[in-house]
Design a protein around this ligand. Structure first.
Ligand SMILES: *Cc1c(COP(=O)(O)O)cnc(C)c1O
Length: 366
C-alpha cells in the first residue's frame, strides 16, 4: 500500500492556473503581483494590518527579532516544547534563550513564564511563544504578563494558521506573528513564511532587511546589513490559491481529529492534546499521549503498515545544542515527549485511512 505521510501538501487545484499567470507575466522573480496578493489575503483572513511574505517562517522570526532590537547578550524567552525553527533566530542574533515549560494545555505555562521573568539574570527583551500543533496557547494571559513586564511578544503561529481564540486569529495577539507555509504545514507553498504585525514601521523595516537592506539610491548603497529572505512570486501564486481553501482545510483537520477521538474513545490510557476554553485550534496534527504503552511501539506498528507517525517535539532544554541554557521547567514537556505520538493528519486523508490508523493504535495499546 502507498505510504501515508504525517502531513503532506494538499493542493486545491487552482495553483497551476495562478502559476500560469506568473509565467505569462514573466515575473519569475522574488516579488511581483502575487506576493502582494498573498500578503493581502493573509491580512484579510487574520485581520493583521500588515504582512510580509518571506522564504521561510524561520526567516520571518529572524526578521522579527532583528526589528525588535534583540542583540548579542540579550535574553529571549521561548516555549521549550517546540520545533527548532522557533528558536534558531535567537541564536542568529547571538542572544540567549530561556526556555519555559508547558502546563496542562501542553503549551507554554503562564505561571512558569512569570517565574522565568523573575529568575532571569537580566530582564528578557522578548518572548517567542509557540501555538503547538495548531492549538492556541493561553495567549491573553501570556500577552498580559508580557505587557506588564514590557517584554515584546512574538507568536510562532507556524503550525496554527486559521486557529483562533475568542474569534481572534492566532498570530495577531502579540507585537508580531509568524506563519509557515512549509511542505508539512496546514497550507503549503513548498516553502514560505509570513510575518504579520499591526505596526507599519516594523513591517517596513523587516521588508527593507529582507531585501539586502538597500538604501534608496540607484547605485546600491548600504548602511547596515540585511538578508535575502523574500518570497518568490511563483510560490506566492501557490499561496494565494492555498489561502482560498484555508477554512476547508481547518474543517477537515478538525474532522480527522474528531474521527480519531471517537474511534479511540474506549482506550482509557489515551489523552489527546486539549483545546483551551474559548479557542478553536486548527488541529494541524492529531497528537496524543499514552499512559502505559510505549509510543515507539505505536510508531513501529504504524511504520510496518507503511504509515508515518512521530514522537512529539523533543523539548529544547533537552537538546545537546542547548546544554547550559537557562530553563524554567517542571518536567511537563519532558513527560509529553516521552509519552506522546503525532498521528497522520493530512487534510487529503480519507476517513477509512484515519480508521485504519486508529485501529493500529488500538492494537498497540492492548
Ligand atoms: C515549521 C515550524 C517552524 C519553521 O517554519 P519554516 O517555514 O520551515 O521555516 C517554526 N516553528 C514551528 C513551531 C514550526 O512548526
Amino acid at each position: 500500500m502507498e505510504r501515508i505521510f504525517l502531513s503532506p501538501p494538499h493542493m486545491s487545484g487552482k495553483e497551476q492556473g495562478y502559476i500560469a499567470e506568473v509565467f505569462e507575466s514573466n515575473y519569475i522573480a522574488p516579488l511581483g503581483a502575487f506576493v502582494d496578493r498573498f500578503e493581502q489575503s493573509v491580512c484579510d483572513y487574520t485581520e493583521a494590518k500588515y504582512a510580509l511574505a518571506t522564504n521561510t517562517a524561520t526567516a520571518a522570526l529572524h526578521l522579527a527579532l532583528r526589528v525588535l532590537g534583540i542583540e548579542r547578550g540579550d535574553y529571549v524567552l521561548a516555549s521549550t516544547l517546540t520545533f527548532i525553527g522557533s528558536v534558531n533566530a535567537i541564536l542568529y542574533q547571538g542572544a540567549q534563550p530561556i526556555f519555559v515549560d508547558s502546563d496542562e494545555s501542553w503549551n507554554l505555562s503562564p505561571k512558569l513564564l512569570q517565574e522565568a521573568i523573575e529568575k532571569a539574570p537580566k530582564k528578557p527583551k522578548a518572548l517567542i511563544v509557540t501555538h503547538l500543533y495548531g492549538q492556541v496557547a493561553k495567549i491573553e494571559e501570556i500577552a498580559r504578563i508580557c505587557k506588564a513586564h514590557d517584554i515584546y511578544l512574538v507568536e510562532d503561529a507556524a503550525e496554527s494558521l486559521g486557529a483562533s481564540f475568542e474569534g481572534r486569529q492566532s498570530g495577531t495577539f502579540g507585537d508580531m506573528g509568524v506563519y509557515s507555509f512549509n511542505g508539512n504545514k496546514i497550507l503549503s507553498t513548498s516553502g514560505g513564511g509570513m510575518l504579520v504585525s499591526d505596526n507599519a514601521a516594523w513591517i517596513e523595516k523587516a521588508s527593507f532587511l529582507s531585501t539586502q537592506a538597500k538604501e534608496p539610491f540607484l547605485h546600491y548603497e548600504h548602511k547596515e546589513f540585511g538578508y535575502n529572505y523574500r518570497m518568490s512570486n511563483v510560490l506566492a501564486a501557490i499561496g494565494v490559491a492555498q489561502m482560498e481553501v484555508l477554512d476547508e482545510r481547518v474543517e477537515r483537520r478538525r474532522g480527522i481529529f474528531q474521527r480519531y477521538a471517537d474511534r479511540l474513545q474506549e482506550i482509557e490510557e489515551i489523552h489527546f492534546m486539549p483545546e483551551i476554553e474559548g479557542s478553536r485550534g486548527n488541529r494541524w496534527l492529531t497528537t496524543l499521549t499514552l499512559e502505559h504503552t510505549d509510543p515507539l511501539k505505536v510508531i513501529r506498528l504504524l511504520d510496518e503498515a507503511n504509515i508515518e507517525s512521530r514522537p512529539l517535539w523533543k523539548p529544547m532544554h533537552l537538546q545537546p545544542l542547548f546544554e547550559g541554557s537557562l530553563a524554567i521547567v517542571d518536567g511537563a514537556a519532558e513527560r509529553l515527549f516521552s509519552t506522546g505520538v503525532c498521528l497522520p493528519s493530512g487534510s487529503a486523508m480519507h476517513d477509512d485511512t484515519v480508521e485504519r490508523v486508529a485501529d493500529i493504535v488500538k492494537k498497540a495499546c492492548r
